[in-house]
Design a protein around this ligand. Structure first.
Ligand SMILES: C[S@@+](CC[C@H](N)C(=O)[O-])C[C@H]1O[C@@H](n2cnc3c(N)ncnc32)[C@H](O)[C@@H]1O
Length: 236
Protein backbone atom coordinates (compact mmCIF):
# COMPACT_ATOMS: atom_id res chain seq x y z
CA UNK A 1 0.00 0.00 0.00
CA UNK A 2 1.27 3.47 -0.78
CA UNK A 3 -0.08 6.94 -1.22
CA UNK A 4 0.16 8.30 -4.73
CA UNK A 5 2.42 11.23 -5.46
CA UNK A 6 0.53 14.46 -5.96
CA UNK A 7 1.12 15.43 -9.61
CA UNK A 8 0.02 19.00 -8.82
CA UNK A 9 2.78 19.62 -6.29
CA UNK A 10 5.33 22.25 -7.29
CA UNK A 11 8.12 19.75 -7.91
CA UNK A 12 6.08 17.80 -10.44
CA UNK A 13 4.93 20.95 -12.22
CA UNK A 14 8.45 21.65 -13.54
CA UNK A 15 8.49 20.93 -17.28
CA UNK A 16 11.10 18.38 -18.34
CA UNK A 17 12.26 18.28 -21.95
CA UNK A 18 11.90 14.70 -23.21
CA UNK A 19 14.25 13.16 -25.79
CA UNK A 20 13.00 12.67 -29.34
CA UNK A 21 12.80 9.19 -30.93
CA UNK A 22 16.03 10.02 -32.85
CA UNK A 23 17.82 10.67 -29.58
CA UNK A 24 16.54 7.44 -28.01
CA UNK A 25 16.48 4.81 -30.73
CA UNK A 26 18.97 3.63 -33.36
CA UNK A 27 16.00 2.78 -35.62
CA UNK A 28 13.94 5.79 -34.79
CA UNK A 29 11.42 5.57 -37.64
CA UNK A 30 9.77 2.44 -36.25
CA UNK A 31 6.18 2.82 -35.04
CA UNK A 32 5.99 4.04 -31.48
CA UNK A 33 4.04 2.66 -28.54
CA UNK A 34 3.61 4.96 -25.54
CA UNK A 35 2.69 3.52 -22.11
CA UNK A 36 1.49 6.24 -19.73
CA UNK A 37 2.15 5.59 -16.03
CA UNK A 38 4.40 2.57 -16.60
CA UNK A 39 5.54 2.24 -12.94
CA UNK A 40 8.41 -0.30 -12.67
CA UNK A 41 8.05 -1.12 -16.36
CA UNK A 42 7.32 -4.86 -16.06
CA UNK A 43 4.77 -4.67 -18.85
CA UNK A 44 7.11 -2.98 -21.34
CA UNK A 45 10.10 -5.07 -20.31
CA UNK A 46 8.02 -8.12 -21.27
CA UNK A 47 6.47 -6.58 -24.39
CA UNK A 48 9.50 -4.98 -26.08
CA UNK A 49 11.27 -8.29 -26.92
CA UNK A 50 7.98 -9.66 -28.33
CA UNK A 51 7.57 -6.63 -30.60
CA UNK A 52 11.07 -5.86 -31.91
CA UNK A 53 9.62 -4.02 -34.92
CA UNK A 54 8.21 -1.34 -32.57
CA UNK A 55 9.84 1.25 -30.33
CA UNK A 56 8.30 1.50 -26.87
CA UNK A 57 8.38 4.42 -24.45
CA UNK A 58 7.18 4.23 -20.85
CA UNK A 59 6.57 7.46 -18.94
CA UNK A 60 6.30 7.63 -15.19
CA UNK A 61 6.15 10.34 -12.52
CA UNK A 62 7.97 8.37 -9.79
CA UNK A 63 11.66 8.79 -10.51
CA UNK A 64 12.95 5.79 -8.50
CA UNK A 65 10.68 3.51 -10.53
CA UNK A 66 12.07 4.93 -13.76
CA UNK A 67 15.65 4.36 -12.57
CA UNK A 68 14.84 0.76 -11.65
CA UNK A 69 13.04 0.14 -14.97
CA UNK A 70 15.94 1.63 -16.95
CA UNK A 71 18.42 -0.57 -15.04
CA UNK A 72 16.40 -3.66 -15.96
CA UNK A 73 16.11 -2.52 -19.56
CA UNK A 74 19.88 -2.10 -19.85
CA UNK A 75 20.52 -5.52 -18.29
CA UNK A 76 18.15 -7.05 -20.84
CA UNK A 77 19.84 -5.04 -23.65
CA UNK A 78 16.51 -3.86 -25.03
CA UNK A 79 17.33 -1.12 -27.52
CA UNK A 80 13.72 -0.61 -28.66
CA UNK A 81 12.58 0.53 -25.22
CA UNK A 82 13.11 3.62 -23.03
CA UNK A 83 11.70 4.76 -19.73
CA UNK A 84 11.31 8.50 -19.11
CA UNK A 85 10.69 10.41 -15.92
CA UNK A 86 8.03 13.10 -16.26
CA UNK A 87 4.63 14.31 -15.26
CA UNK A 88 2.70 13.55 -18.42
CA UNK A 89 0.32 16.44 -17.77
CA UNK A 90 3.22 18.87 -17.82
CA UNK A 91 5.81 17.53 -20.25
CA UNK A 92 4.19 15.16 -22.70
CA UNK A 93 2.22 17.54 -24.93
CA UNK A 94 5.28 19.28 -26.35
CA UNK A 95 6.95 15.92 -27.01
CA UNK A 96 3.85 14.55 -28.74
CA UNK A 97 3.57 17.68 -30.81
CA UNK A 98 7.15 17.30 -32.09
CA UNK A 99 6.78 13.64 -33.17
CA UNK A 100 6.95 12.88 -36.89
CA UNK A 101 3.49 12.43 -38.36
CA UNK A 102 2.03 8.96 -37.73
CA UNK A 103 4.97 7.74 -35.67
CA UNK A 104 2.83 7.28 -32.55
CA UNK A 105 0.58 4.31 -33.27
CA UNK A 106 -0.38 2.82 -29.91
CA UNK A 107 -1.04 4.45 -26.54
CA UNK A 108 -1.86 2.56 -23.35
CA UNK A 109 -3.06 3.94 -20.02
CA UNK A 110 -3.31 1.01 -17.65
CA UNK A 111 -4.60 1.03 -14.09
CA UNK A 112 -4.15 4.77 -13.56
CA UNK A 113 -3.99 6.04 -9.99
CA UNK A 114 -7.51 6.19 -8.59
CA UNK A 115 -8.15 9.75 -7.48
CA UNK A 116 -11.75 9.31 -6.41
CA UNK A 117 -12.60 12.64 -4.87
CA UNK A 118 -14.12 15.22 -7.15
CA UNK A 119 -11.79 17.85 -5.72
CA UNK A 120 -8.91 15.63 -6.86
CA UNK A 121 -10.19 15.44 -10.42
CA UNK A 122 -7.22 17.49 -11.67
CA UNK A 123 -4.80 14.88 -10.33
CA UNK A 124 -6.17 12.20 -12.64
CA UNK A 125 -3.80 11.33 -15.40
CA UNK A 126 -6.21 11.61 -18.33
CA UNK A 127 -7.01 15.31 -18.52
CA UNK A 128 -8.72 17.06 -21.48
CA UNK A 129 -5.48 18.68 -22.70
CA UNK A 130 -3.62 15.35 -22.67
CA UNK A 131 -6.45 13.63 -24.52
CA UNK A 132 -6.42 16.34 -27.18
CA UNK A 133 -2.63 16.05 -27.53
CA UNK A 134 -2.97 12.26 -27.95
CA UNK A 135 -5.84 12.68 -30.44
CA UNK A 136 -3.72 15.13 -32.41
CA UNK A 137 -0.69 12.84 -32.52
CA UNK A 138 -2.64 9.67 -33.38
CA UNK A 139 -3.67 9.33 -37.02
CA UNK A 140 -6.97 7.64 -38.02
CA UNK A 141 -6.96 3.93 -37.21
CA UNK A 142 -4.25 4.20 -34.54
CA UNK A 143 -5.15 2.91 -31.11
CA UNK A 144 -5.69 3.97 -27.53
CA UNK A 145 -6.08 1.23 -24.91
CA UNK A 146 -7.29 1.84 -21.36
CA UNK A 147 -7.85 -0.57 -18.51
CA UNK A 148 -8.57 -0.42 -14.79
CA UNK A 149 -10.04 -2.55 -12.03
CA UNK A 150 -11.94 0.46 -10.68
CA UNK A 151 -15.16 1.30 -12.48
CA UNK A 152 -15.32 4.84 -11.08
CA UNK A 153 -11.84 5.47 -12.45
CA UNK A 154 -12.41 4.16 -15.94
CA UNK A 155 -15.90 5.54 -16.46
CA UNK A 156 -14.86 9.23 -16.46
CA UNK A 157 -12.01 8.30 -18.84
CA UNK A 158 -14.50 6.61 -21.16
CA UNK A 159 -16.78 9.62 -20.94
CA UNK A 160 -13.97 12.04 -21.73
CA UNK A 161 -12.67 9.95 -24.65
CA UNK A 162 -16.13 9.51 -26.12
CA UNK A 163 -17.17 13.13 -25.63
CA UNK A 164 -14.09 14.21 -27.56
CA UNK A 165 -15.64 12.52 -30.64
CA UNK A 166 -12.12 11.57 -31.75
CA UNK A 167 -12.25 7.87 -31.04
CA UNK A 168 -14.44 4.94 -31.98
CA UNK A 169 -14.54 1.37 -30.81
CA UNK A 170 -13.57 -1.36 -33.30
CA UNK A 171 -16.62 -2.61 -35.23
CA UNK A 172 -16.54 -6.11 -33.73
CA UNK A 173 -16.53 -4.83 -30.13
CA UNK A 174 -20.15 -4.93 -28.92
CA UNK A 175 -19.57 -5.59 -25.23
CA UNK A 176 -19.46 -2.87 -22.60
CA UNK A 177 -15.93 -3.99 -21.78
CA UNK A 178 -13.30 -5.95 -23.69
CA UNK A 179 -13.30 -9.51 -22.40
CA UNK A 180 -9.59 -10.03 -22.94
CA UNK A 181 -6.47 -7.95 -22.99
CA UNK A 182 -5.36 -7.27 -26.59
CA UNK A 183 -1.79 -7.01 -25.28
CA UNK A 184 0.21 -10.23 -24.91
CA UNK A 185 1.72 -9.19 -21.55
CA UNK A 186 -0.19 -8.22 -18.37
CA UNK A 187 0.93 -5.23 -16.32
CA UNK A 188 2.07 -5.65 -12.71
CA UNK A 189 -1.18 -4.22 -11.41
CA UNK A 190 -3.20 -6.37 -13.80
CA UNK A 191 -1.47 -9.53 -12.60
CA UNK A 192 -2.22 -8.59 -8.97
CA UNK A 193 -5.89 -7.81 -9.73
CA UNK A 194 -6.40 -11.02 -11.70
CA UNK A 195 -4.74 -13.07 -8.91
CA UNK A 196 -7.34 -11.60 -6.52
CA UNK A 197 -10.12 -12.73 -8.90
CA UNK A 198 -11.23 -9.13 -9.44
CA UNK A 199 -12.75 -7.77 -12.61
CA UNK A 200 -10.77 -5.70 -15.09
CA UNK A 201 -12.53 -3.09 -17.24
CA UNK A 202 -10.93 -2.55 -20.62
CA UNK A 203 -11.64 -0.47 -23.68
CA UNK A 204 -9.80 -0.35 -26.97
CA UNK A 205 -10.36 2.75 -29.11
CA UNK A 206 -9.33 3.65 -32.62
CA UNK A 207 -8.68 7.19 -33.71
CA UNK A 208 -11.39 8.28 -36.14
CA UNK A 209 -11.05 11.04 -38.74
CA UNK A 210 -12.72 13.82 -36.70
CA UNK A 211 -10.71 16.90 -35.73
CA UNK A 212 -9.73 17.19 -32.07
CA UNK A 213 -12.14 19.48 -30.17
CA UNK A 214 -11.32 22.86 -28.66
CA UNK A 215 -9.77 22.49 -25.22
CA UNK A 216 -12.33 24.80 -23.61
CA UNK A 217 -15.22 22.68 -24.94
CA UNK A 218 -13.74 19.45 -23.66
CA UNK A 219 -12.87 21.03 -20.32
CA UNK A 220 -16.48 22.13 -19.90
CA UNK A 221 -17.65 18.56 -20.50
CA UNK A 222 -14.98 17.26 -18.10
CA UNK A 223 -16.31 19.55 -15.37
CA UNK A 224 -19.68 17.86 -15.72
CA UNK A 225 -18.18 14.42 -15.14
CA UNK A 226 -19.30 13.67 -11.65
CA UNK A 227 -17.84 11.06 -9.41
CA UNK A 228 -19.87 10.49 -6.28
CA UNK A 229 -17.42 8.37 -4.28
CA UNK A 230 -15.55 10.24 -1.55
CA UNK A 231 -13.51 7.21 -0.56
CA UNK A 232 -9.73 7.65 -0.28
CA UNK A 233 -7.74 4.93 -1.95
CA UNK A 234 -4.20 3.73 -2.36
CA UNK A 235 -2.64 0.90 -4.27
CA UNK A 236 0.46 -0.42 -6.10
C1 LIG B 1 -1.66 2.32 -10.35
S1 LIG B 1 -0.11 2.50 -11.10
C2 LIG B 1 -0.21 1.36 -12.48
C3 LIG B 1 1.12 1.03 -13.06
C4 LIG B 1 1.12 0.16 -14.31
N1 LIG B 1 0.52 0.84 -15.44
C5 LIG B 1 0.41 -1.13 -14.04
O1 LIG B 1 -0.67 -1.34 -14.59
O2 LIG B 1 0.96 -1.94 -13.28
C6 LIG B 1 -0.26 4.09 -11.95
C7 LIG B 1 1.08 4.69 -12.30
O3 LIG B 1 0.89 5.93 -12.96
C8 LIG B 1 1.86 6.85 -12.48
N2 LIG B 1 1.37 8.22 -12.70
C9 LIG B 1 0.34 8.82 -12.06
N3 LIG B 1 0.19 10.10 -12.46
C10 LIG B 1 1.15 10.32 -13.40
C11 LIG B 1 1.53 11.45 -14.17
N4 LIG B 1 0.86 12.61 -14.08
N5 LIG B 1 2.58 11.33 -15.02
C12 LIG B 1 3.25 10.16 -15.13
N6 LIG B 1 2.95 9.05 -14.41
C13 LIG B 1 1.91 9.11 -13.56
C14 LIG B 1 1.97 6.50 -11.01
O4 LIG B 1 3.14 6.99 -10.39
C15 LIG B 1 1.90 4.97 -11.06
O5 LIG B 1 3.17 4.38 -11.18
Amino acid sequence: MRQHVNPLSRFFQLPRPLPSPEEMFAQSSRPLHLDIGCARGGFLLGLAPLQPEWNHVGVEIRHPLVLSAERDRQELKLDNLRFLFCNVNVSLEEWLDALPRDQLQWVSIQFPDPWFKRRHQKRRVLQPSLLIALATALQPGRELFIQSDVLSVIEPMVMLIEQSNCFKRPGDDFHPWQRTNPMPVPTERERYVLDQGLQVYRRLYQRNDQQAPELSNLEALWQQVDNPSEEEHSDC
